[in-house]
Design a protein around this ligand. Structure first.
Ligand SMILES: [Zn+2]
Ligand SMILES: [Zn+2]
Length: 341
């Protein structure tokens, strides 16, 4: 109806338990929870176009940090609340919404974007496999699993994105289109639409790389051309410190250096040795997704067996005690796995 202004509102809330994002919400006063976007009347269109503040071609862009979903339990979710409303009365209106996952951020070959998986760029998981589709509180008229299309129906609608277990930067885009005869009033993409682009940066924060200098007490496995996970040397600071302590004691006792094979990927998350985006106990590093686990090769840099890390010796027992390893396992003729959560 003529004489009204509509504003699009958009907000996101967080999955309970995600402390970093919850802090952001806590800082905002209640009244600020919705961010105003505008639609204006036909007779105000000229004014809108004339006003730089109302400019067109505007795309709201955000980066949202999220942890990957764990192998067990509920997926980590990105939940987005979206509505459009009359800028004067604040009454919610019925706009057309499209929200879609568009893919991994380019360049997809960059480990910053693909989470350290140098393979399967077209099949990189964008959503949790248990649900496999964006969930919409309204009626979704688009059968494509990575697209939600529908009306906001004079309410605040919610789009839920259950996040994958694999780290990586996922691009998501929303477009709201005004009802007939309504116009966008502020931060508009076109005269009657509003757009945002989110980068959901799925990954563990704060993992650090461990490199082996010649003077260090350990070596890494040789890096092979075509390695699909070439940056498997990331872990928590605690893991990095612990790996150094254990290596030092081993070297003191044997005069040889143990060889680290795999830790976690740069952003953690699933470590699919099989390059197929799933892991189980036969084919992958099921537990190597949080930067707490390290594998040592069964053979040290001298080609000798590490002998289960001489774990029965007094000095090695002390070293393990000092590092507070919560789990260690020596696989027969295999590697030695240690965890330090
Ligand atoms: Zn992979
Ligand atoms: Zn392992």
């Amino acid at each position: 109806m003529a004489g009204c202004l509509v504003t699009i509102a958009d907000e996101f809330r967080t999955t309970p338990g995600h402390s970093a994002a919850r802090a952001v919400i806590a800082k905002k006063p209640q009244a600020m929870r919705t961010i105003a976007r505008g639609f204006v009347l036909p007779f105000l269109t000229a004014l809108c176009v004339a006003q730089p503040a109302f400019g067109l071609g505007y795309v709201e862009e955000r980066i949202i940090f999220k942890e990957p979903s764990l192998p067990k339990g509920d997926p980590v979710k990105d939940e987005r609340y979206i509505s459009c409303y009359d800028i004067y009365t604040l009454r919610l209106q019925n706009c057309s919404l499209t929200r879609q996952i568009t893919g991994i951020k380019d360049p997809r070959t960059s480990p910053f974007n693909n989470g350290g998986h140098n393979h399967g760029f077209d099949s990189h998981p964008l959503i949790h496999p248990a649900s496999g589709a964006l969930q919409f509180s309204g009626t979704d008229t688009d059968p494509a699993p990575l697209v939600v299309r529908g009306q906001t129906q004079n309410t605040e609608v919610k789009v839920t994105h259950p996040l994958p277990r694999v780290a990586g930067k996922i691009m998501v885009e929303s477009t709201l289109i005004s009802p007939p005869r309504w116009f966008c009033a502020a931060r508009c993409f076109t005269l009657n639409s509003w757009k945002d682009k989110d980068t959901i940066d799925v990954g563990m924060r704060g993992l650090v790389a461990l490199f082996a200098a010649p003077s260090d007490d350990f070596v890494f496995k040789p890096s092979l051309a075509g390695d699909t996970h070439p940056q498997a040397n990331y872990g928590t600071e605690r893991l990095v410190d612990a790996a150094r302590i254990i290596s030092k004691v081993y070297r003191e006792k044997t005069n040889r250096k143990p060889r680290i094979t795999d830790m976690s990927l740069p952003k953690g998350g699933m470590f699919d040795l099989n390059n197929q985006w799933f892991v189980d106990k036969n084919n992958g590093h099921v537990s190597h997704h949080t930067g707490n686990d390290v594998d040592f090769s069964a053979l040290d840099d001298g080609g000798q067996s590490i002998n289960c890390f001489l774990e029965s010796t007094r000095k090695m027992k002390d070293a393990f005690g000092k590092t507070k390893a919560t789990f260690k396992q020596c696989y027969k003729n295999g590697h030695y796995h240690i965890r330090f959560p």
